[in-house]
Design a protein. Structure first.
Length: 297
């Protein structure tokens, strides 16, 4: 059974951009598309008796909204299977539940109502930290720099071991027949003495060498089967990770970052770099939980 690409819609301009991105992703990957609208209209309009033939106004509007979204997606991918669902519950909770049976969840960076003026809506932030599958947040406005076809950028952190973000980014670059830019940013604390027995020279050179070695280890651990035609560019740069990733993402189709589970707390730790990417990145941002590696196996 193929897991669908799930997209959350609320009728806003941002959600329409997310819908278009999700439809293109599903069509390219050969996956079904599931359009979801969730709202707590029952809380505000009250429960209706079972014999009452009149449905709540908000429910009618929601059904019209998803029908229009389904029709729009079907026009973008005539051969694609598109289904739609209206759910009377909290949007974040509904999409987190959908993420259990999804290949990918997509939504816009802004929503309607009180959060419409925020660069990143509360639903987007909540889902990015709690989803069981990769989440893509699509900006509400078009990027100022036109994206280069097939370019995917991934941020490589300092954690050791296989990288779920790198694996997802490689898959995305392969599906686009494009290129992958792996960015490893590093910073050298002032007046730090290096104790590594194999490293010599200035602390700056030593940190750069360590970052290069770590990036090579991460890339060497990737399964390249099915993606041998993807060109991987390595970028080891000194500076704040969020700043370097934002610069690297200019002109990219997708920026990928990872999320790690935190002990004792539900969901994943997004961290300051991920928050900065979700707020300021110039292209769609994918947040990939560690569980992606097991689902990919």
């Amino acid at each position: 059974m193929q897991l669908p690409v799930v997209v959350g819609v609320d009728g806003s301009e941002g959600s329409l951009r997310a819908l278009d991105w999700a439809a293109a992703e599903a069509a390219r990957s050969g996956l079904p598309l599931r359009v979801v609208h969730a709202s707590l209209w029952e809380r505000y309009e009250g429960a209706h008796p079972t014999f009452d033939t009149e449905r709540p106004t908000e429910q009618i509007l929601a059904e019209h909204l998803v029908a229009a979204a389904q029709e729009r997606a079907q026009r973008l991918g005539p051969e694609m299977r598109v289904v739609a669902s209206v759910q009377p519950e909290d949007p974040a909770a509904a999409l987190v539940r959908e993420s259990h049976e999804a290949a990918l969840v997509v939504l816009g960076s802004r929503g309607r109502g009180r959060i419409a003026g925020m660069l990143l809506g509360s639903v987007s932030l909540a889902l990015a930290g709690r989803s069981h599958c990769p989440v893509v947040v699509v900006q509400a406005t078009a990027p100022s720099t036109p994206p280069k076809s097939g370019r995917v950028v991934v941020g490589i952190g300092s954690a050791s071991g296989p990288s779920a973000a790198a694996a997802f980014a490689l898959d995305q670059a392969a599906s686009r027949h494009g290129e992958l830019i792996a960015v490893r940013a590093w910073r050298s604390p002032a007046h730090e003495a290096m104790s590594h027995p194999l490293l010599s020279g200035s602390p700056v050179s030593a940190h750069h060498q360590q970052a290069e070695e770590h990036l090579e280890e991460v890339l060497a651990a990737l399964d390249r089967s099915g993606s041998s035609d993807v060109t991987i560019h390595r970028s080891v740069v000194q500076g704040p990770a969020h700043q370097e990733l934002i610069e690297a993402a200019a002109g990219a189709e997708l920026l990928v970052v990872g999320a790690r589970r935190t002990g004792g707390w539900p969901g994943f730790h997004l961290g300051p770099v991920n928050h900065a990417m979700l707020h300021y990145a110039p292209c769609p941002v994918a947040v990939v939980p560690d569980a992606y590696l097991s689902s990919r196996a």
